[in-house]
Design a protein around this ligand. Structure first.
Ligand code: UD1
Ligand code: CA
Length: 457
């Protein structure tokens, strides 16, 4: 019989003070719920069902995938009621693993251990807290066997002193669950159908209830506030950084890197402080990333150096290039080996051949550039005529003087030189010097205009 995973995500999350449903708030660039779904998938369950409610269709709309089922819970009458809504979506008879959409860092290792083995049993993930206030308490008998979970609001003075709490994550036997849920009542301090009441039912039915600890305490931390979200973000980032260090990446400060996606690094990569990596980023051997760079969905070849404050998005950069400082590389850019893109240079949807350089203050958009081209400071490809974008072709060995405008569509022929300050509107012949500027003249005895002197009365 397959495993069913149910992810409870119908609650409101009032304390986030946001119109976005709580489980859609991002952690490392992905919704909290997406982390839980990813972990659930790793267990290869027969079914994954998300119980949603608060925030309406935003939750299924944001996370729809062919392997997910969604059950709507409205109104939200408690965790037991939530699980009941999921039952029709589950594989009948399969064990049910309950996860919370707002507990994003639960690990595959902890869950694998929780679901291991077979037979009818209830397994709870519990932890001992120095301040257990607010949580359901694990009540044990004199022999140390679990007898029940009592919610904070229903607990006696004595029960409130119990340090062991219910994290909410539990494995329930598929053979029994529907019957237990059917017997839940809401006669309690909160008027809710508590999922936790099935524990006492399990004991009464002779089903063994056991507790397991998470592999690490942060795995069971929930997000109720922005403060907690920020705290979990730091824990997650610090772990990602540790993974990079373990793999041999040099991080100047593991507390000052953010990976929002997947960062793959070859050997001898160095990353200075305050860099953000988004989506899928791949860094080749010996790549050096300067401080304060943002790199998104990009592949960077071996020995390339990215100097500080560069923003690279959707690019393929080859080996031994020098990018930045202060470079902006936009989607659709492909740089061959040994390309230099310097400060305040923007490149968009362009290919640049090996050995070419644009070192200062330029805009290169919709351009096919050959090899060994030198682009002078202030050069601009005028790719947009107000209605359409046009391409600029710059062939091999071209030298473009500073402050040149290349009005696309236009081709700068192989080996040609463009005089500084030119506006090039027609294709240039290969090997020749082309310039388009008026001859320099000087006017002798010319006087600068002056303000007329104020007349005194
Ligand atoms: C619940 C547990 C408590 C445990 C605590 C851990 C119950 C009765 N109590 O408390 O023992 O210590 O979690 O955080 O189960 N949800 C729904 N529908 C609902 C109510 C909740 O989907 O009607 C979801 C929430 O979105 C959340 C999760 O269930 O992801 C837990 O809800 P929350 O209200 O935080 O749980 P508590 O009642 O505080
Ligand atoms: Ca809670």
């Amino acid at each position: 019989m397959g495993l069913n995973v149910v992810i409870l995500a119908a609650g409101q999350g009032k304390r986030m003070h946001s119109s976005l449903p709580k489980v859609l708030h991002p952690l490392a660039g992905r919704p909290l719920l997406a982390h839980v779904i990813g972990t659930a998938r790793a267990l290869k369950p027969a079914r994954i069902c998300v119980v949603y409610g608060h925030g309406g269709e935003q939750v299924p709309a944001a996370l729809a995938a062919s392997d997910l089922r969604f059950a709507k819970q409205e109104p939200q009458l408690g965790t037991g009621h939530a699980l009941q809504q999921a039952l029709p979506e589950l594989e009948a008879g399969g064990d049910v693993l309950v996860l919370y959409g707002d507990v994003p860092l639960i690990s595959v290792a902890t869950l694998t251990e929780l679901i291991a083995g077979g037979g009818e049993r209830v397994r709870l993930v519990t932890v001992k807290l120095s301040d257990p206030a607010g949580y359901g308490r694990i009540v044990r008998d004199a022999k140390g066997e679990i007898r029940a979970i009592v919610e904070q609001k229903d607990a006696s003075e004595e029960q409130r002193r119990i340090a062991e709490i219910n994290t909410g994550i539990m494995l329930l036997p598929g053979t029994r669950l529907a019957a237990w849920l059917g017997r839940l009542s809401n006669r309690n301090a909160q008027g809710e159908y508590y999922l936790t009441d099935v524990i006492a039912m399990a004991i009464a039915d002779g089903v063994h209830v056991e507790a397991r600890a998470p592999a690490a305490p942060w795995e069971v931390m929930g997000v109720n506030t922005k403060e907690q979200l920020a705290e979990l973000e730091r824990i997650h980032q610090r772990r990602t950084a540790s993974g990079l260090l373990d793999a041999g990446v040099t991080l100047t400060d593991p507390a000052r890197i953010d990976v929002r996606g997947e960062l793959r690094c070859a050997t001898d990569v160095r990353i200075d402080v305050n860099c953000v990596f988004e989506g899928e980023v791949e860094l080749g051997a010996g790549v050096n990333i300067g401080a304060n760079c943002v790199i998104r969905n990009t592949r960077i070849g071996a020995a390339t150096r990215v100097e500080p404050f560069s923003f690279i998005d959707g690019a393929i950069i080859s080996e031994n290039c020098i990018i930045g400082p202060y470079a902006r590389i936009r989607p659709g850019t492909e740089l061959a080996n040994d390309v230099h893109i310097g400060n305040f240079v923007e490149v968009k949807a362009s290919t640049i051949g090996s050995g070419s350089k644009a070192n200062h203050l330029a805009y290169i958009g919709d351009t096919s550039m050959g090899r060994d081209v030198n682009v002078g400071a202030g050069t601009i490809t005028c790719n947009y005529d107000g209605a359409d974008k046009h391409r600029t072709v710059i062939e091999d060995d071209v030298f473009i003087g500073s402050d040149t405008q290349l009005v696309a569509p236009v081709t700068v022929g192989r080996g040609s030189t463009i005089g500084a300050g030119s506006t090039i509107t027609r294709d240039t012949p290969p090997g020749e010097l082309t310039l388009s500027r008026t001859k320099q003249t000087s006017i002798a005895n010319w006087k600068r205009p002056r303000k007329a002197a104020k007349r005194t009365k």
